[in-house]
Design a protein around this ligand. Structure first.
Ligand SMILES: Nc1ncnc2c1ncn2[C@@H]1O[C@H](COP(=O)(O)OP(=O)(O)OP(=O)(O)O)[C@@H](O)[C@H]1O
Ligand SMILES: [Mg+2]
Length: 240
């Protein structure tokens, strides 16, 4: 049996006349932490949105398979039922709900009340900031706090596959470290992760394998540790 969790084949996306993704192939296997890195506008977010079916009206081609089944046409609640969770760029928390309610929403497919409470406690201990503000409306949290909440909420459904779009964006250096610590830990617990990151160094240090995207195409792929040593990666993405 194949251990492929996600397979993207021949993906193209055009916004009107602009081709943002020009034929992307990528695979994420069970238990892997895969980094997708690349410059601004390379098409990374567009690729993630194509996977979750959250693109605005535009032309999409290619196939996307999740656990051997096509993803096309799935509604967002169906994705959560299939244990595919995404933390979008710019968070996407429910702004008019409290922090606790956001976490409960993340767990709506679960019925194990005690387990849900235990998970909320767990995330409150990882992010004490959220605990202090448990009853506060999520929309009034700072940007970084919303980022932490979005991550915790996505994990409340115990996803099989977690898609992360720039989880370090807008965070202070200490919080970036913390978020990466959480990403590594979640990965070590067996959750499969596709991580889009501007911070190529941190992403490559955390990932097993990586794909580099440039103007809509995958230009390089391989073992993340090898890529950290690659002179082309160093020059283009690590500022060395
Ligand atoms: N809704 C849209 N309408 C038109 N063009 C779009 C739209 N969304 C994205 N694009 C264009 O598609 C290209 C890829 O954008 P995308 O957001 O996927 O890049 P990215 O790799 O995620 O970049 P970043 O690192 O800056 O987040 C860009 O040139 C962008 O301007
Ligand atoms: Mg993006």
């Amino acid at each position: 049996m194949s251990n492929t969790v996600l397979k993207v084949a021949g993906l193209t996306v055009a916004y009107g006349g602009i081709k943002a993704v020009k034929g992307v192939d990528l695979e994420v296997n069970q238990g892997e932490l895969i980094a997708l890195i690349g410059a601004n506008g390379a098409g990374k977010t567009t690729t993630l949105k194509a996977i979750t079916g959250t693109l605005p009206a535009c032309k999409v081609d290619g196939t996307i398979t999740y656990l051997g089944q096509p993803l096309k046409g799935s509604q967002s609640f169906q994705l959560v039922e299939r244990r595919l969770a995404m933390v979008p760029e710019g968070r996407g928390v429910f702004t008019r709900m409290s922090i606790r309610e956001n976490l409960m929403m993340g767990a709506y497919t679960r019925s194990d009340k005690a387990g849900i409470e235990a998970d909320i406690d767990k995330w409150f201990s990882v992010f004490p900031r959220l605990k202090e503000r448990a009853a506060q409306m999520a929309g009034t949290l700072s940007g970084g706090e919303q980022q932490m909440l979005a991550m915790a909420r996505a994990l409340m459904c115990h996803p099989t596959l977690l898609l992360l779009d720039e989880p370090s964006m807008g965070l202070s250096p200490i919080m970036v470290e913390k978020i990466f610590e959480v990403i590594r830990k979640v990965s070590s617990e067996g959750i499969t992760i596709l991580l889009v990151e501007q911070n190529a160094r941190l992403a490559l240090q955390a990932a097993h394998r990586a794909y580099v995207m440039d103007t809509g195409l995958i230009t390089m792929t391989g073992n993340a540790a090898d890529m950290l040593d690659d002179p082309r990666i160093k020059a283009a993405y690590l500022g060395e």
